[in-house]
Design a protein around this ligand. Structure first.
Ligand code: SF4
Ligand code: SF4
Length: 297
């Protein structure tokens, strides 16, 4: 399965439409985006005569504190050196009338610009509360096929509480996106088992998936090494017997590495690399879909 990640923080609808269209011509399986982008691209693809019944639309929402829920903004310390503009892989930092600004629709909250700016001129803030996001999804007639929850925060009790809140308010297939950022593997496995228990209590009969996130948002450019964290994490979780999606640091080397190590994830999710490739080289983007499909031959 090929999963295209347009990104929870990415609200750039026009670019998302273009990328989704390029990949959906090659039979992709899942498109993951924010709720706003989902509503727009589903209609756009249908208008372009793409058979969207073959695509699962996944809407991502983040717990407060998760990196995917964050945005950057420039503060008054900005020395207008302009260095950060070329540094941002999403081209989210723009200059208008000598003012440096972050375009929040493009910013994915990776925080890399913040570490790069030597003037301490970039702050990171959080955009949407989980409750607002769930209310919006609940009250809309257009429903996603999968709801993905990004759970990368330090507080285990809060993860459990928020997960329970979501499942009390939303019925359907659920994916949880988690990395090894805050917990060791034993604690993660214990946490996943607890979340699965809650899932079975409220959403029995629906599909439970785990997105094992490796080196998140690293814009992996054709490197083998960027994959290793995600592949190792997949391997550590594979005995649980749940459907696991590999993500974070994935690129055109991922299908090769999966074959080499005999790994068969439920899906391979491509984010920054897929977006960049589609915009630079459509043919290469479509080859990525084929290479991924060969994993399941
Ligand atoms: S690197 Fe920092 S100081 Fe320079 S333009 Fe960007 S935000 Fe301003
Ligand atoms: S580097 Fe990351 S956090 Fe900074 S503006 Fe670009 S996308 Fe946003």
């Amino acid at each position: 399965m090929f999963k295209l990640i347009l990104g929870l923080g990415n609200q750039d609808i026009e670019t998302s439409k273009k990328i989704a269209y390029i990949y959906s011509q090659s039979n992709i399986d899942i498109i993951d985006s924010s709720f706003e982008v989902f509503k727009e691209i589903k209609k756009f693809l249908e208008d372009k005569s793409i058979d969207t019944s073959k695509i699962k639309f996944c809407v991502s929402v983040g717990l407060l504190g998760d990196i995917h829920n964050k945005k950057a903004k420039i503060n008054k310390n900005c020395a207008k050196c302009k260095k950060c503009i070329s540094f941002c892989s999403q081209k989210a930092i723009e200059i208008t009338n000598e003012e440096i600004k972050v375009n929040s629709k493009k910013c994915i909250g990776c925080s890399k610009c913040r570490h790069f700016c030597s003037f301490g001129a970039i702050d990171i803030y959080e955009e949407n509360s989980l409750e607002n996001n769930i209310e919006q999804i609940k009250n809309n007639t257009l429903k996603p096929d999968i709801l993905e929850l990004h759970l990368d925060i330090k507080k285990k009790k809060k993860i459990i509480k928020d997960f329970e809140y979501v499942l009390k308010n939303y019925k359907g297939d659920i994916s949880i996106c988690i990395s090894r950022k805050y917990f060791g593997i034993k604690k993660i496995i214990k946490l996943i088992k607890k979340l699965k228990e809650i899932f079975d209590k409220y959403n029995k009969g629906f599909h439970f998936m785990i997105q094992a996130d490796g080196s998140s948002m690293n814009n992996a450019d054709g490197e083998y090494s960027s994959n290793l964290e995600a592949l190792a994490f997949y391997k550590e979780l594979s005995d649980l017997g749940y459907d696991i999606i590999i993500s974070g640091g994935t690129n055109d080397k991922t299908p090769y590495l999966c074959k080499l190590f005999n790994l068969k994830p439920y899906a391979v999710a491509y984010g920054s690399y897929a977006r960049k490739t589609a915009l630079e080289n459509e043919k290469k983007a479509q080859e990525l879909v084929l290479k991924t499909a060969q994993l399941y031959d």
